[in-house]
Design a protein. Structure first.
Length: 238
């Protein structure tokens, strides 16, 4: 056991250039992910980010923006993200049930609301428990199921509907630099050494399997056109 609990050690003091060299690509990568996912959902009429994890992500950014203490720069980033997250949440209500055909429309809506409320409470409680003012612990923990959910979404659909390589690449960049930010700011927090490689590995697997699926569909890897309804490349998703 560590002599001093790593969770009790605050963020390291780093020069501004170093902070923004990791925070900047994180902000831009995730912003591009949101914009591209919103566009792809409009084109394909399928959510671009797994429905329930998009809800959890909204709860995390809402809590960081309006409930928890934040530095002005981080609050500004969270607020910009939240604007696009609100659009993604609306798309969850509009298109999300397509991935869960066994649920009635009413059941799907209530489960979305339930997950939203639970996640918001859990984020605030987790922030208090870990004294996680910048949401680093809760953010890194959420990243693992979020990355896994992309893989499950790809397999469930059996096609690249609602997905694209630009979305996957932007998410990978945003998540990778978020992990680097965790290492820079909290070098003594050992849990990040487990969480970050885990979700980065899942993101790499998603990139590989999405590429394989799109090639099986005959779809250009960097195109934005909708998936044809006759395409059924389930065999490519292994």
């Amino acid at each position: 056991m560590s002599t001093v609990p790593p969770v009790s050690v605050g963020p390291a003091t780093v020069p501004g250039w170093l902070y923004w060299s990791v925070a900047g690509p994180t902000a831009v990568g995730w912003l591009l992910t949101y914009v591209l996912a919103i566009r792809q959902a409009i084109v394909d009429r399928r959510v671009g980010i797994p429905a329930y994890l998009a809800v959890v992500n909204f709860a995390w950014e809402f809590s960081l923006t309006f409930v928890m203490e934040q530095t002005p720069s981080q609050r500004g980033i969270d607020l910009v993200w939240l604007v696009f997250d609100t659009v993604l949440l609306c798309q969850v209500f509009r298109y999300g049930r397509s991935d869960y055909p066994t649920l009635s429309s009413r059941a799907f809506r209530w489960t979305v609301v339930g997950v939203l409320v639970w996640a918001a409470v859990a984020v605030v409680a987790g922030a208090n428990e870990f004294h996680d003012r910048d949401g680093m612990y809760t953010g890194m923990i959420i990243q693992v199921p979020l990355s896994a959910a992309f893989l499950l979404m790809l397999r469930r659909r059996g096609s690249s509907a609602g997905q694209s390589m630009p979305i996957a690449a932007a998410k990978f960049v945003g998540s990778l630099f978020a992990g680097l930010a965790a290492f820079v700011l909290y070098p003594s927090h050992l849990l990040f050494l487990v969480l970050v490689p885990t979700y980065v590995g899942l993101d790499l697997a998603y990139l590989v399997l999405l590429r394989r699926t799109m090639r099986a569909e005959g779809r250009s890897l960097w195109a934005f056109r909708p998936v044809r309804r006759t395409e059924r490349p389930a065999a490519a998703v292994r």
